[in-house]
Design a protein around this ligand. Structure first.
Ligand SMILES: C[S@@+](CC[C@H](N)C(=O)[O-])C[C@H]1O[C@@H](n2cnc3c(N)ncnc32)[C@H](O)[C@@H]1O
Length: 374
């Protein structure tokens, strides 16, 4: 492992989350005054230097025999990783709820989610019809947030479609079939996302599925004292395995979340994996992703001989990692029939003040929604 985890703790300023923070480095002499700087602009020289480093570390590729081994035994390498680190490596990702309010929609009140202007638009919209109570507005708003669109007034027709759809789904029994809000986390590791969701979102109608192809990781989730089978179902699943079905029907999930997992699979298999996941989403459901961006520090640190294919590398422990551009992710999601809600690059400068080191991180955050019709 390159030691670059845990990733992407976005900044919280005065208890209020700004989009990718708001601590900007305008005077380079102040770089060691804080632990992190947001929205860092890269100079042309720095971008050229990053390209040069990647060209250099990609010149020598891993031999074919080893490549096959890393692919066939991918889950074993991750099992070893979790046997060594157990659940001590990744930090719980509590920042998820500021970045992805869809994970706990009923916990997010209008005032936290919308600007005053946006809020008054929503009130205006509802004042004209219905009984205008805040409760209804909030419920409807949650629905629109789960659809990933907080700037448009929520549409009645959409929520009605969703309710009808839900009734259809409930006719079949499967784990979590009686829930009304279903989240699946793919590549859940030891539950650093799942447990914060279960702790933060107390909605009794919530059900959280999580899977990983590492049986060691899934066992650590299932034996965690916070694991509650009435609210959660953890299972072993390889998202590249086309022959194995998921335990829930198509069109049944509100949210699918992928945190630093798509980058761990071989690029050739990414599109199929996303296509299959997309089929599990309800119309209006949303896919959330946070993952490595091109020229992230972790990519530049790889040495010659660790490159598998363009922008795809193997770490010393046999686990693999890809570094995305925004366009590549857009193509993956839109080819799977999803519509863009957000596709952002988060460029941060992390600082180790003790060692006087600077680390340029690049992460991409995406939200793509399944259309209501079509
Ligand atoms: C970098 S870790 C991230 C773990 C977790 N999402 C988090 O943020 O803490 C990548 C995870 O993806 C899992 N993974 C990699 N390839 C997978 C695949 N083909 N199917 C399912 N899980 C996979 C690994 O076992 C590992 O737990």
């Amino acid at each position: 492992m390159d030691g670059s985890f845990p990733e992407g703790d976005p900044a919280v300023v005065c208890g209020k989350r700004q989009q990718f923070g708001s601590r900007f480095l305008s005077d380079p002499a102040r770089v060691f005054h804080h632990n992190a700087w947001d929205n860092v602009e890269w100079s042309e020289e720095q971008a050229a230097e990053a390209e040069r480093k990647v060209r250099e570390n990609s010149t020598q590729r891993v031999c074919q025999e080893k490549q096959v081994d890393y692919e066939i035994n991918a889950n074993k390498y991750w099992n070893n990783f979790y046997k060594i680190h157990e659940n001590g490596f990744f930090k719980d990702r509590h920042w998820l709820f500021t970045e992805f309010p869809e994970l706990a929609p009923s916990q997010n009140h209008l005032k936290n989610l919308l600007s005053e202007n946006e809020r008054s638009k929503v009130y205006e919209y509802y004042r004209s019809g219905e009984d205008g109570s805040n409760l209804i507005i909030e419920q409807q708003h949650s629905c629109s947030v789960s659809l990933g669109d907080k700037t448009q007034p929520p549409l009645m027709e959409e929520s009605v479609t969703q309710k009808l759809h839900h009734l259809e789904i409930c006719a079949n029994e499967f784990p979590g079939s009686s829930a009304t809000y279903r989240i699946l986390e793919v590549g859940c590791g030891v539950g650093n996302t799942v447990f914060p969701i279960l702790q933060t979102n107390n909605d009794p109608r919530l059900f959280v599925y999580c899977c990983d192809f590492s049986s060691t990781a899934v066992e650590l989730v299932q034996t965690n004292s916070a694991y509650d089978p009435s609210r959660c179902f953890a299972f072993v699943h390889d998202l590249c395995d086309e022959d194995k079905s998921y335990p829930m029907p198509e069109n049944s999930l509100d949210v699918i979340i992928l945190i630093f997992v798509l980058s761990a699979i071989i690029p050739d298999k990414m599109q199929n994996a996303i296509n299959r996941l997309s089929m599990l989403l309800k119309p209006g459901g949303i896919m959330l992703l946070r993952d490595y961006g091109r020229y992230d520090m972790a990519q530049l640190r790889f040495k010659k001989g660790q490159c598998l294919s363009e922008n795809f590398y193997v770490r010393g422990d046999g686990t693999r990692v890809y570094f995305f551009t925004q366009d590549e992710l857009d193509t993956l999601f839109t080819t799977a029939g999803l519509e863009k809600v957000q596709n952002l690059v988060d460029r941060r400068l992390q600082v180790n003040r003790g060692k006087q080191l600077t680390m340029y991180r690049v992460w991409i955050q995406c939200k793509y929604r399944k259309p209501l019709s079509g």
